[in-house]
Design a protein around this ligand. Structure first.
Ligand code: GLN
Length: 488
């Protein structure tokens, strides 16, 4: 078996029994990245020197036997919106092209403490705006299953890296589907965490009230190991949750069946426009979950149809305010041609931001402007409350909900990029979850024409353990998550 084929647990066993070293493992991954990534294009930065140094330190730690964790010595990659000290953090935007933060985001710090090894940073849609990585200011990542298809977005680089065996796990960010959708398109397991479960400190914000950091890996079990390492309260993030972090992996090991669990199937998610094969695969997965002992029932989330407009309106508004700091004075790119301050602002934004980012800033500024604020932003916030209530009601009668992640499998590169509305609509099943702040897991559950299909398992706030248990038991009975693309 090749090193990149090992699960996180197997890798840990090899490392801790010193059958392999972290240096050897890290070099094997770096070599794969060098060989395979020119086709996939999942990385924007490869931090080779740092990786080899972190691997050396991990090997010393393993040798001394002190403070070993399951992730000690294991490499990973991170979406390029997570600040990494001294390593380029660009959000795949020209405006941050050479930006090197002087501190790590808390999620990265936690992985440093665990002794993990950062291989590099993954490509994404600029500032997380998109569903295909085509909005990256640098290049488009390709779906490892079919290079003519998008990997999904905006954490497309992270999902593609995991799917192509270019990282055993990756950190993604989910504001409106950006972990789940690429996980689904690339056939990996991805978790959108409860809002506040993982500190956002050092995550370059898109929408501060939606943003979450979540793991992407090859199985629910691997995801549970990463979640244990990155979750927890952080005084540096005022919205971070104080509840203690569960031992997810331990509880997965003990899980035997899903008896007593009530699963709701929201009827608004199985509607016209849903691809037939996606529909069939998700329904077959639900049957499988039923056979594990769960009780399945239909439920209704009546305000689902408003999720897309409400999500995008709030996104435009909050993003336009979050992006106002890129003015050519304080961060990144600075176009100082004439010496006139107004010119600096205008030229920097003109050259630094891509088309989608500009579109969203303009729409957001408009929605927040005097006279329109009440009609758009405030109204959207009110409907957001109704969508949240839909979920609260559903969770009175069931413990989790299951839906497809996306209405189709990965679409063609170029297919939707010239029609923003079409692109937004591909998020139809994922954005309501961010409006409600609840967690959701994307689990591979089939293929159509050689492209992966994902099911989405969601639950109430802080129900990560339940979601991972459903995913894990499902994966113990199926092999979709063990399939690999040709470039593997
Ligand atoms: N498709 C979503 C958007 O374009 C993705 C946002 C995200 O999760 N970062 O807004």
């Amino acid at each position: 078996m090749k090193l990149h084929e090992l699960s996180l647990q197997e890798t840990h066993e090899q490392l801790s029994s010193r059958k392999i070293s972290s240096a050897e493992l890290t070099r094997a991954y770096l070599e794969r990245v060098q060989r395979i990534d020119p086709q996939v294009k999942s990385y924007v930065t490869v931090s080779e020197d740092l990786a080899l140094e972190q691997a050396r330190q991990a090997d010393e730690r393993i040798k001394s036997g002190d403070g070993l964790t399951t992730l000690t010595g294991i490499p990973y990659s991170a979406k390029d919106s997570l600040s990494t000290r001294g390593v380029n953090t660009t959000c795949s935007s020209k405006i941050l092209e050479n930006y090197k933060p002087f501190y790590d985001s808390t999620a990265i710090t936690n992985l440093n403490l665990a002794g993990s090894v950062l291989l590099g940073k993954n490509n994404m849609d600029e500032f997380g705006m998109g569903s295909s990585t085509e909005n990256s200011g640098f290049f488009t990542t390709r779906n490892p299953w079919n290079f003519d298809r998008v990997p999904g977005g905006s954490s497309g680089g992270s999902a593609a890296a995991v799917a192509a065996g270019l990282a055993p796990f990756a950190l993604g960010e989910d504001t409106g589907g950006s972990v789940r959708m690429p996980a689904s398109f690339c056939g990996v397991t991805g978790l959108k965490t409860t809002y506040g479960r993982v500190s956002r400190y050092g995550l370059i914000p898109l929408v501060s009230s939606f943003d979450t950091i979540g793991p992407m890996a090859r199985s629910a079990y691997d995801v549970s190991l990463v979640l244990e390492a990155i979750a927890g309260h952080d005084p540096k993030d005022g919205t971070s949750r104080v509840e203690s972090v569960q031992n997810y992996s331990e509880s997965l090991k003990k899980a035997e069946n899903l008896r007593g669990l009530r699963i709701g199937i929201p009827k608004e998610y199985f509607v016209e426009g849903l691809d037939k094969e996606v529909d069939a695969s998700v329904r077959a997965a639900i049957k499988q979950i039923e056979s594990l002992g769960a009780e399945v029932m239909e439920v209704s989330l009546p305000h689902t149809q408003y999720a897309i407009p409400v999500y995008y309106l709030i996104l435009f508004a909050e993003a336009s305010s979050n992006l106002a700091k890129y003015d050519g004075v304080r961060f990144g790119l600075s176009e100082r041609t004439t010496g006139d301050l107004m010119d600096v602002y205008l030229k920097t934004r003109e050259t630094g931001f891509g088309a989608e980012t500009k579109r969203r800033i303009m729409l957001g500024t408009f929605a927040l402007s005097a006279g329109y604020y009440d009609a758009y932003y405030l109204k959207a916030q009110k409907v957001r409350a109704l969508i949240r209530q839909d979920f609260q009601k559903a969770f009175e009668t069931c413990d989790a909900l299951i839906t497809p992640v996306a209405p189709t499998t990965a679409f063609r590169i170029g297919e939707k990029i010239s029609n923003p509305l079409d692109m937004y609509l591909s998020d139809v099943f994922v954005v309501a979850i961010n409006l409600a702040g609840i967690p959701a897991l994307s689990v591979p559950c089939g293929f159509s024409n050689g492209l992966p299909i994902g099911m989405q398992v969601m639950g109430p706030h802080l129900s990560e353990e339940t979601l991972l248990r459903i995913g894990h038991l499902y994966q113990s009975q199926t092999d979709w998550h063990t399939k690999h693309p040709p470039c593997w």
